[in-house]
Design a protein around this ligand. Structure first.
Ligand code: GLA
Length: 364
């Protein structure tokens, strides 16, 4: 038996920028998907958390019956890997997951990457981390038809303990930005579950495409917010498309600012970091329109409790916020946010205090 691990991710800033090749700044989490398995004739994986057993041929095709739920991801990864030449060796074993499902922490990407890693390993078919991430992303499209970006899968393979990954999703160039050792990630799940396939994700992407169509070939990565406003005023694009474009343009700028502040975490820079996170959340609320009242409330409560910075994270329309807090205050702040949230919303939140962690790998 061998053990494979792929973490979930939290994105610090750079939300939906991967839809136009912009920058993102995620951390891999210490929560993730673990697979204990060995080579076999077919793919036979069971999971207590996810519920049920997946039985597939080694190339991912169904062995009779319908492939649904999490089995769709397993089948899609196997199919994508078969297309790029993975020999048809099966996998038998057990999947466990410590990631909450629907909290926007990439439980599906972690599953895809873990399955991909295990399938490649048993078939002696090594892939570079980014090749694995890209196959896993194609598998997500195949499984649920959502045209997501590379953020989640890349964050899972590239993660490093104590570091954030500053990834240019267009060129796939990346570098690491240290997260100061005394700062931790406080993730608060709003309890309002989201699923990429049923969220407004695809609609937002179409609206953004509409904006690109009005740019007459100009590179969105080169635009400033003032230029987006000029384009909108000249009515080259409609107001909704203009807001979506303004979000990705202003958000890209925020990614570089956050990276800069974290590289020099002076008190003044951490104050600025808090402001930039707030602006990021406002942009997601007003321009991209992907927050929910629960996420807005959680961000408010987080700032009131005294965190360094807080904003919605992930695909939106439910899910979680991410906050940065001093390590010695994190648990107390998380409890304060949760109890205030309980008094003011109908759902139950849940907090996870995490550290930036290592990415997907074979553990043994
Ligand atoms: C989801 C997608 C990612 C990214 C985020 C928003 O998690 O899978 O590709 O677009 O939403 O930043």
């Amino acid at each position: 038996m061998h053990v494979y691990w792929a973490p979930g991710r939290v994105n610090l800033i750079g939300e939906f920028t991967d839809l136009s090749g912009g920058p993102v700044l995620p951390a891999a989490l210490d929560l993730g998907v673990r697979i204990e398995a060995e080579a076999a004739e077919t793919i036979s994986l069971r999971s207590r958390e996810l519920g049920g057993v997946t039985e597939l041929a080694a190339d991912g095709t169904a062995l009779g019956g319908v492939t649904e739920g999490w089995a769709r991801y397993v089948a899609s990864v196997a199919s994508e890997l078969a297309l790029i030449g993975r020999p048809p060796v099966g996998l038998s074993g057990e999947i466990t997951s410590t990631l909450p499902i629907g909290a926007g922490l990439s439980s599906s990407a972690a599953l895809e990457v873990a399955v991909g890693l295990a399938l490649c390993s048993v078939a002696d078919f090594p892939l570079e981390p980014m090749e694995l991430a890209q196959a896993a992303r194609r598998a997500e499209h195949r499984a649920v038809g959502v045209p997501c970006g590379i953020l989640d899968q890349a964050a899972s393979v590239l993660g490093r303990a104590g570091l954030l990954t500053l990834l240019e999703t267009g060129s796939l160039a990346y570098e690491y930005v240290p997260l100061p050792e005394d700062i931790v990630l406080v993730i608060i799940d709003s309890g309002v579950s989201r699923q990429l396939e049923s969220s407004g994700y695809g609609a937002r992407q179409e609206e953004l495409e509409r904006a690109f169509a009005g740019l007459n070939g100009r590179d969105p990565g080169e635009l400033t917010v003032a230029e987006v406003e000029e384009i909108a005023e000249a009515e080259l694009i409609d107001p909704v498309a203009a807001r979506r474009l303004r979000h990705v343009v202003s958000e890209s700028d925020r990614v570089y600012k956050v990276a800069r502040f974290l590289r020099k975490p002076s008190p003044a820079n951490l104050q600025r970091l808090g402001d930039v996170f707030r602006e990021g959340h406002e942009s997601l609320r007003l321009d991209w329109e992907a927050t929910t009242p629960e996420l807005d409330l959680l961000v408010e409560l987080a700032y009131e409790s005294g965190v360094i910075a807080a904003r919605m994270t992930g695909g939106g329309f439910g899910g979680a916020i991410v906050a940065l807090a001093w390590i010695e205050e994190a648990d107390t702040l998380a409890d304060a946010i949760l109890s205030a949230y309980k008094g003011r919303s109908d759902t139950q939140g849940k907090a996870y205090v995490c550290r930036a962690s290592d990415g997907a790998r074979k553990l043994s």
